[in-house]
Design a protein around this ligand. Structure first.
Ligand SMILES: *Cc1c(COP(=O)(O)O)cnc(C)c1O
Length: 387
């Protein structure tokens, strides 16, 4: 890129209504941390959904350079993109393979995760034409989402009639309640998965996503599959989050207005001001993934009575005032000194001062959904170790 193009990018970031900063050094440090916590197991990196909204190109490349050699994406298109940034890595495609996508798998050296009888039948037919090629097998141990039935998977392991070119390199399953360490479901799925893993002796096995890594070494097998922890989100309910924040979202203050006690704010007059107030009108709304369910405390929405979200500006947290709208959110900055907030300043929506999971809690959802919903209209900047 030329200097002038760089300048142009910088200007766009400096003037953006909504901007995201992705700290790639924190991302790779989180991956190393999860790799250490995975003990003897190899840590893969899950980069589906544009690397949880951080940008699969930059995030994938940074993780690859940090040493990750196993990646999981959801779709074949994500795999094709990632291949450019992770040349020697093994890339698993969780959605598996469908007729018409074979060529993209082979040309980009992507490994399909076979997760149903239909996919397995199709895969066997593909192998008859194309010859030996790796795959992974996803076995359902109680989640009841994707996966071969356990009995079928175990029978397949010993099936002498299966084609010699059928060569799974990984058997995997997924925990339903990994985020709840008190759930007996974890042990049940562990026992089930052990019988699958034993049947596929000599082939790598994998059970743990981020939350499973924290469940301990029983759950690690040969490979772990952390996603959310890499991006700084909470994986386990009720546990202090040890990961570094990776994403900072900031929205520009378009206007600061003074409003009299007794007046109301935003749609539906849902919030009445009880004191003279200063309000910062900020350039992000629910169309940007800043969810309306975070509308301020006591504001009736269709389904929930929210507790109210908070932003961070001029050294302190400030509450959302009234309903969040499509493109704009209002923050009450009355408790800050006069002129502490002026038009053009940025409010941190989440980042180092407001945890993405606090935004999620205020929105009635999880950090995963906040990170992957910020997609439409932001400028994104990636910081590397040198920045
Ligand atoms: C998304 C996903 C992961 C990563 O999960 P996190 O909770 O984000 O760590 C791992 N395995 C499978 C099958 C997934 O779908």
């Amino acid at each position: 890129m030329t200097d002038s193009a760089d300048d142009y990018e910088d200007d766009r970031f400096a003037s953006a209504g909504l901007r995201l900063t992705v700290d790639l050094a924190a991302l790779t440090e989180n991956w190393r941390d999860m790799a250490r916590r995975s003990g003897k197991a190899r840590a893969a990196a899950v980069v589906k959904a544009d690397a949880y909204g951080t940008g699969i190109e930059d995030a994938g490349e940074a993780l690859y350079l940090a040493g990750a050699r196993d990646f999981f994406v959801a779709t074949v298109d994500e795999g094709v993109t990632l291949r450019l940034y992770a040349p020697e890595a093994r890339i698993f495609v969780l959605a598996g393979i469908w007729p018409g996508t074979e060529r993209r798998f082979f040309e980009n050296d992507l490994v399909p995760v076979i997760s149903s009888e239909e996919q397995l039948a199709f895969w066997m037919a593909v192998l008859a034409d194309y010859g030996d090629y790796p795959c992974a097998l996803h076995v359902d141990t109680g989640f009841n989402r994707l996966g071969l039935a356990m009995d079928d998977a175990i029978a397949l392991a010993d099936d002498v009639s299966r084609p010699a070119s059928f060569s799974p390199v990984l058997v995997m399953s997924h925990l339903a309640c990994g985020d709840d360490h008190s759930s007996p479901m974890n042990r049940q799925q562990l026992e089930s998965f052990r019988s699958v893993s034993d049947a596929y002796e000599g082939i790598d096995s994998s059970l743990a996503a981020s939350a499973g890594v924290f469940l301990g070494s029983d759950y690690h097998f040969d490979m772990t599959r952390p996603g959310i922890s890499l991006y700084g989100g909470e994986a386990v309910n009720g546990m202090a989050n040890p990961m570094r924040p990776v994403v900072t979202a900031e929205a520009r203050v378009i206007q600061v207005r003074t409003v009299r006690a007794g007046e109301s704010v935003s749609y539906g007059r849902a919030m009445k001001l009880t004191r003279d107030s200063r309000l910062a009108i900020v350039s992000a709304g629910y169309a940007d993934g800043y969810m309306r369910s975070q509308s301020s405390g006591g504001v009736p929405l269709r389904q929930v009575l929210p507790q109210g979200g908070q932003g961070f500006i001029a050294g302190r947290k400030v509450p959302v005032a009234g309903r969040i709208t499509m493109d704009l959110t209002i923050f009450d900055v009355t408790d800050l000194p006069d002129n502490a907030v002026v038009a053009g300043d940025y409010v941190e929506l989440f980042g180092k001062n407001v945890a993405v999971d606090d935004v999620a809690r205020a929105s009635g959802t999880i950090g995963y959904e906040i990170l992957t919903s910020m997609g439409l209209r932001h400028e994104r900047r990636h910081l590397s170790e040198d920045d």
